[in-house]
Design a protein around this ligand. Structure first.
Ligand code: NAP
Length: 267
């Protein structure tokens, strides 16, 4: 069992739906948290609401200089014990070259680069990296090809790193939420989830799972009972999942077309 009390945490994507809920529980657990995102006003609000123990750093993490500056801030503040790579974007509609580049950079490359940058510090402090993946990091889902590619990549990176660092004191963890009620999901995705009867979690449920995982040190955690079954089935008998999802394709394409039409007129 690990204690979070007094630990210094770097939380990316702290201004988002899941990030905000994570921040609250990290504070309740006694952590000090460096929070990042691109929205400086939102970050400052988080810091002032917490009255201490929250240190804002506004930056686009896809920029190397920003990552270096974030590292310098954390080093100056006395290093961090836990890095939570939670920042992410999603895309459900026409996939352009720019969409793919943004998805892979934000959801995969930047967390990898941030992890490598902080690794010497984490090694020194016997620290933890927790990467926030997704059910879609294990199941390819129609309409989300770019997002799935990024999250499959993140899961692969995390697993390889876990094995690479098995002889070290650094813990590498992977948390895969299922659909969660936040602004990352467009109205079309929310409508699709509802039409398909897809279970949707609240950000607080993901945050609770995060704290449990940090305390227990579970290497992998996938949220949702049905999602856990589907993930296992997809690994063992993908043809069954092809058929199950194939039967929903008409509905998925209906929402996909509506999202694509909306994006193409710049709404
Ligand atoms: N909600 C779901 O259904 C769901 C399901 C499975 C997994 N997840 C994963 O959970 C994580 C959190 O998602 P969420 O639902 O909380 O989404 P969200 O509400 O849209 O929040 C995303 C966060 O990422 C930050 N971010 C995005 N691009 C960034 C960049 N280039 N540089 C710095 N920060 C950046 C955003 O901050 P700014 O916009 O201010 O930069 C925001 O704080 C993501 O990794 C997502 O893939 C979500």
């Amino acid at each position: 069992m690990n204690s979070i009390q007094g630990k210094r945490v770097l939380l990316t994507g702290a201004t988002g739906g899941i990030g905000k809920a994570m921040l609250q529980l990290l504070l309740v657990s006694g952590a000090e948290v460096v929070v990042t995102g691109r929205d400086e006003t939102a970050l400052n609000q988080l810091a002032s609401a917490a009255q201490g123990r929250v240190y804002p750093f506004a930056a686009d993490l896809n920029d190397e200089q920003n990552r270096q500056a974030l590292y310098a801030l954390c080093a100056a503040a006395g290093d961090i014990d836990i890095l939570i790579n939670n920042a992410g974007i999603s895309q459900f509609s026409a996939h352009t070259e720019q969409d793919f580049a943004a998805l892979l950079t934000t959801n995969l490359l930047s967390p990898m680069q941030l992890t490598q940058l902080f690794m010497p510090m984490l090694k020194q402090r016997a620290g933890t990296v927790l990467n926030v993946g997704s059910t879609f990091g294990s199941i390819g889902y129609a309409g989300f090809s770019g997002y799935c590619a990024s999250k499959f990549g993140l899961r692969g990176y995390t697993e390889a790193l876990q094995r690479e660092l098995a002889d070290s004191k650094v813990q590498v963890l992977y948390l895969a939420p299922r659909a969660t009620r936040t602004a990352i999901n467009s109205p079309e995705v929310d409508a699709l989830n509802q039409a398909l009867g897809q279970g949707v979690d609240l950000p607080e449920q993901v945050a609770k799972a995060l704290i449990e995982q940090l305390v227990n040190g579970d290497k992998r955690r996938y949220l949702g009972t049905a999602e856990n079954i589907f993930i296992r089935l997809n690994a063992l008998l993908p043809g069954l999942v092809d058929r199950a999802l194939g039967s929903k394709l008409k509905q998925i394409k209906q929402y996909f077309r509506s999202a694509t039409a909306k994006n193409s007129v710049g709404v």
